[in-house]
Ligand binder design. Structure first.
Ligand SMILES: Cc1ncc(COP(=O)(O)O)c(C=O)c1O
Length: 393
């Protein structure tokens, strides 16, 4: 038997001491074990759409395969896709972006990794919310930067405030990284705040990075993108969530014009190019003809959010002031427990409901929160709520 618990023989990189595994993986593994025993588990821990990728995208991929599109592409991505992404910003945000500023990446993950290499020096501080998507902190650690975690709560809609950013900005701070809508809280940064953060970072000589991977999956009429506010910020997006293409591993970044050349060099070195077939498929994802299906899916998420918000509140969970985007609800469990990990283990083992403890997303009051993902059918959500009701009665 392979012993994967033995210590490595030679030293690991020092950064590895800071990089934690996702607790949600342990939840998923335990859920799989219970399922293997024949138990029905309600999955509300998974951070990906439960829909299969839309047909026109799959058809485009098949055509690309038949046409023999199996080689590397240019490092920043195929021109047709970068032009389609630029058109997307023209249509959705009324902003002209030079396709040269767009680099297609293997998921937002590679985009974030590239930007960490591009922008973060050893010892440099990066301001970011706590809670936040955990990999972001880890990417900063891996380049020996220092995540400067800003505790956020319901008072500020789980997003950093300008005062907080200003108060925590030190001589060693080099950037501010935001996510709107946020994982795990589903809350957004509005246009006015984006303007404030943009002005502040420009004045202090900091870079500004905004992760917009859940754009499209928003439930407010209007969601501002950082590209509407400034052409000096770094934007990260992906085909994973709104476009329902998690397994295709495709995202993009938009960089200021004077960073294009260096970003290209990094793309060449880090991954050569993003998956070719996925790039051809993604052109169809951005086609207006695919949009009605993607919007139907968004509407399904909205209905699930409406249901889950009300149901969780009725059960006694504490909810953020608004869940305006993504497919998560970050719910306070203070009426039930002061240990989110124990709470999640109990809900899974005894009641067959899989959710993620707040400790996956940061340190600040993390044991008092759990994340519900509404990435499963309404029937499953109703079953999950019925089980929680019984468990918490
Ligand atoms: C906020 C955020 N950023 C980035 C990612 C990475 O996504 P991907 O690499 O699939 O594009 C995720 C994935 O869940 C996320 O939640």
């Amino acid at each position: 038997m392979t012993d994967n618990t033995a210590q490595p023989d030679t030293p690991l990189s020092t950064a590895m001491a800071q990089v934690n595994p996702f607790r949600v993986m342990a939840v998923m593994q335990r859920a799989a074990e219970l399922e293997a025993q024949g138990k029905k588990i309600v999955h509300m821990e998974v951070g990906e759409p439960d829909f299969v990728t839309a047909d026109p995208i799959i058809t485009a991929a098949k055509l690309a395969l038949d046409a023999g599109q199996t080689s590397y592409t240019q490092a920043p991505g195929i021109p047709a896709l970068r032009e389609a992404i630029a058109r997307h910003y023209q249509l959705r945000n009324n902003v002209e972006i030079d396709p040269q500023r767009i680099l297609v990446t293997p998921g937002a993950s590679a985009g974030l990794m590239l930007l960490a290499h591009l922008l973060v020096s050893p010892g440099a501080g990066i301001l970011m919310a706590d809670p936040a998507y955990p990999c972001v902190r880890n990417f900063v650690h891996l380049v020996h930067g220092i995540p400067q975690l800003l505790p956020v709560s319901a008072q500020s809609n789980f997003q950093p405030t300008l005062d907080q950013v200003a108060a925590n900005c030190k001589a060693s701070t080099s950037g501010l990284w935001l996510a709107s809508p946020s994982n795990p809280t589903g809350t957004i940064v509005d246009r006015e705040e984006l303007h404030k953060f943009s002005a502040f970072t420009a004045e202090r000589g900091l870079h500004l990075l905004v992760d917009e991977i859940y754009h499209g999956l928003h439930y407010v009429d209007e969601l501002a993108s950082i590209v509407e506010v400034t052409d000096k910020a770094f934007l990260v997006n992906s085909f994973s969530k709104y476009f329902g293409m998690t397994g295709w591993r495709l995202g993009w970044i938009v960089v200021p014009a004077n960073y294009i050349d260096k970003a290209r060099v990094l793309a060449q070195n880090l991954y050569i190019s993003a998956p070719t077939i996925a790039q051809h498929a993604a052109i169809a994802a951005l086609d207006e003809a695919t949009r009605p299906e993607l919007e139907r899916r968004r509407e399904a998420f909205r209905q699930r959010r409406d249901y889950l918000q009300t149901a969780l509140q009725e059960l006694g969970f504490t909810l953020p002031p608004s869940v305006d985007g993504a497919f998560y609800i970050y719910a306070g469990i203070e009426h039930f427990s002061d240990n989110a990990e124990d709470f999640c283990a109990q809900m899974l083992n005894e009641h067959g409901v899989a959710i993620t403890p707040g400790t996956d997303f940061g340190d600040y009051r993390a044991q008092q929160f759990v994340r519900f993902a509404f990435t499963t059918s309404m029937d499953n959500l109703e079953l999950g709520i019925a089980r929680l009701k019984k468990a918490l009665a």
